[in-house]
Write a protein that binds this ligand. Structure first.
Ligand code: ATP
Ligand code: MG
Length: 367
């Protein structure tokens, strides 16, 4: 897909902006704090209705303003669509071709993006919560039903946790109620786990190929899902359901004692291995960065496989951190098929002749 233009009103430091005629490769050049990341973030928000760097929508609205507007026209395989999103303290309103979408999940995924930003290093280095968020964002983008189950799961989880907390230690009263909650928790939980395992299996295939290429064949990258019950390979829903129910009943006493739900997809994790060693623990900074990059690039292929179109690639401050050889590799791999937006503080930080045909946008104080 191809983003043709972008309109912003009261978005971050953009008062009023209309950008036309994007090219295949677009460079957003400007000094620090001028609004380069804000531009990429705006495209990310149009794709997912959420920012990649904050969960608080309020931060996206310009200071002193009440609502923010984002709009873009996107060329897709079957025609051009117009996307519009309005953010306010009352919530979000989304339109496709002028038609308001009843559910945000109907809007998410009309535009697909893959963002690679410095903080993505945390997918490898950071806490399990960051990795789960990565999974949820990426799967949700191509599978709206995943988001539904995730929402339902979180709702049940909160209620179940509240109940466990309130009836601290009163085992007998809790028994029957827990059974009811368990069924609902497992019903949605299993759907989430199954999708995540499928996603990781496919991601692994692409990521290890790409990683192999970037490291010149020196490193072998592997990924595995680390579930809170059962084994990583099991994808059969009926089996997963049974395993989850057994696990819940095994954990019952401990959960009542601790007042929270101790197993399920909200406790799962992913492990990355480079040449058989855990990247989180043993990887160098460079290896971790390359791992994160391989994951993001793998996603491009995965989305293509899933929806039959390439997503838009957003590279925030990352190209200039690669050596000239890797910059060239990266651009060369995707230039012809993937529309790319790249931020940098100056063109001189980009040392590859592959960018000579790029469209250049100078970003200064929100203009
Ligand atoms: P760098 O090169 O340092 O990454 P950048 O060009 O990517 O810089 P952005 O993060 O896009 O910078 O923009 C930062 C600017 O946006 C800051 O000056 C910040 O104060 C401003 N800003 C952020 N949120 C808002 C908001 N809600 N309203 C107005 N301005 C905002
Ligand atoms: Mg920035």
């Amino acid at each position: 897909m191809f983003v043709k233009n972008l309109q912003l009103q009261h978005y971050r430091n953009y008062k009023e902006l209309r950008l036309e005629s994007f090219g295949h490769v677009n460079l957003m050049i400007g000094r620090n704090a001028q609004g380069k990341t804000n531009l990429l973030e705006a495209m990310f928000v149009l794709a997912l209705t959420k920012s990649h760097r904050t969960s608080k929508d309020k931060e996206l609205i310009s200071f002193q303003e009440q609502t923010a507007y984002l709009g873009a026209e996107v060329d897709k395989k079957y025609g051009t669509i117009q996307l519009e999103l309005r953010l306010s303290s009352q919530g979000k309103k989304a339109k496709i071709n002028g038609l308001e979408q009843r559910k945000l999940s109907d809007f998410i995924g009309a535009l697909n993006v893959v963002m690679f930003a410095p903080e993505d290093l945390e997918i490898v280095k950071g806490t399990p919560g960051i990795r789960r968020r990565f999974l949820d964002m990426e799967i949700g983008q191509v599978t709206p039903s995943y988001l539904y189950h995730l929402q339902q799961y979180q709702k049940v989880l909160i209620q179940r946790n509240n109940m466990l907390k309130q009836s601290y230690g009163k085992v007998s009263e809790l028994g029957l109620m827990l059974d009811i909650w368990n069924e609902q928790l497992a019903e949605h939980g299993v759907k989430i786990i199954k999708k995540r395992k499928q996603f990781i299996r496919k991601l692994q295939k692409w990521a290890s190929d790409i990683h192999h290429g970037i490291t010149n064949g020196l490193e072998r990258l592997e990924l595995s899902y680390l579930p809170s019950f059962g084994d990583a390979e099991e994808e059969d829903e009926a089996v997963l359901l049974q395993q989850f129910m057994i696990k819940l009943s095994q954990m019952k006493d401990q959960e009542i004692r601790r007042g929270m739900t101790l197993s399920g997809p909200h406790r799962d994790d992913i492990t990355f291995y480079i040449n058989g060693k855990e990247a989180q623990t043993y990887g160098s900074q460079g290896q971790q960065r390359t791992t994160a990059l391989s994951l993001k690039l793998a996603e491009i292929e995965l989305i293509h496989e899933e929806i039959g179109e390439y997503p838009v690639l957003l590279l925030d401050d990352v190209l200039s951190e690669l050596d000239p050889y890797r910059q060239t590799q990266l651009i060369e791999t995707f230039q012809s098929k993937v529309q790319t937006f790249i931020t940098a503080t100056g063109v001189e930080t980009l040392q590859t002749n592959k960018l000579k045909d790029a469209s250049i946008f100078h970003v200064q104080e929100g203009q």
